[in-house]
Design a protein around this ligand. Structure first.
Ligand SMILES: [Zn+2]
Length: 300
């Protein structure tokens, strides 16, 4: 089992197998690649481009793919994924990063949600394809992934999929079987500001693990941008949920933080909580407990 961190600043941390840098998060701001870190790129979730180019925003009969559309739970604004300019823009960033980065991770490489996208270009592309609506959407997502994979020759490609193992095809256009051909690792973000009920996260992990044909990693929220330690889950909740998800057979766990300093503090807090580490023994998630042991040695 592997461990990683998912950071918004290009400074890596020690004590994990993978350091991911969010070079382009859904804010749309593009940073500078760090060759020491794996690079994450959010593709069509892009607040910056949605504001700059309102004509790029994905649309539906239920309104646009904007955070202000309350009929959906959109965490960011989404541009239409069949827009050739948006595709080229993201593919170029991916290709440039892949030349220097040890691997690439992509996010929001899919449709915004159910009913998207019904812009004239998407309607026309579907009509020409002769495929049914859901089949066309799934093929569109898979084809984009194939293009991404071509830009990342020889290096691992991590593909993030939103945490819905049941309705991913209808909502986002995920055809997991087809996507697995171009994916080296699936990553399931499990972001929450609190993890008091690990049962649900275990359920999602178990579901994904039951059918994905490539290794599965999950990602937990330690401390993202604009948070304090009081607005996020206490370390002991993350220790528990990580151990409980590990026992469902996931292949890796990633921890999200704005910067390296917050991961170092999180590592300290995990190591210091001897009582929780003892309690978690016997849960069948020992690899997480061994990670805390390694952090303890590292921090001495
Ligand atoms: Zn469209």
């Amino acid at each position: 089992m592997k461990f990683g961190v998912f950071l918004y600043q290009p400074e890596p941390v020690e004590g994990v197998d993978y350091n991911f840098y969010r070079l382009k998060s859904e804010s749309g701001i593009v940073g500078k690649v760090n060759p020491e870190m794996y690079t994450n790129i959010a593709c069509f979730g892009d607040n910056y481009m949605a504001a700059k180019r309102p004509d790029w925003v994905s649309v539906s009969s239920w309104g646009p793919a904007l955070r202000t559309n309350k009929r959906y739970n959109l965490r960011w604004d989404v541009v239409c994924m069949t827009n050739p300019e948006a595709r080229e823009y993201n593919l170029k960033i991916i290709a440039d990063c892949a030349k220097v980065s040890p691997g690439i991770s992509i996010s929001s490489q899919h449709f915004a949600d159910q009913h998207f996208c019904t812009c004239p270009r998407c309607i026309e592309q579907q009509r020409k394809s002769g495929l049914k609506w859901l089949d066309w959407r799934a093929k569109t997502v898979t084809d984009f992934l194939a293009e991404v994979k071509e830009k990342v020759p020889g290096n691992p490609l991590f593909v993030n999929c939103l945490p819905d193992p049941l309705m991913g095809r209808e909502r986002f256009g995920y055809d997991f079987e087809a996507m697995a051909q171009y994916t080296d690792y699936f990553v399931i973000p499990m972001f929450s500001k609190a993890y008091p009920t690990p049962w649900y996260w275990e359920t999602i992990a178990r579901g994904y693990k039951s059918f994905l044909k490539k290794p599965v990693m999950v990602n937990f929220y330690v401390r993202g941008p604009n948070e304090t330690w009081d607005t996020v889950a206490p370390a002991d909740q993350i220790m528990t949920v990580a151990t409980r998800v590990a026992r469902q057979g996931v292949d890796g766990i990633i921890f999200l933080a704005e910067k390296a300093e917050y991961i170092r503090e999180f590592q300290k807090r995990c190591v210091a909580n001897k009582e929780k580490r003892e309690f978690l023994k016997g849960h069948n998630g020992d690899e997480v407990l061994e990670l805390f042991d390694r952090w303890e040695k590292m921090l001495k």
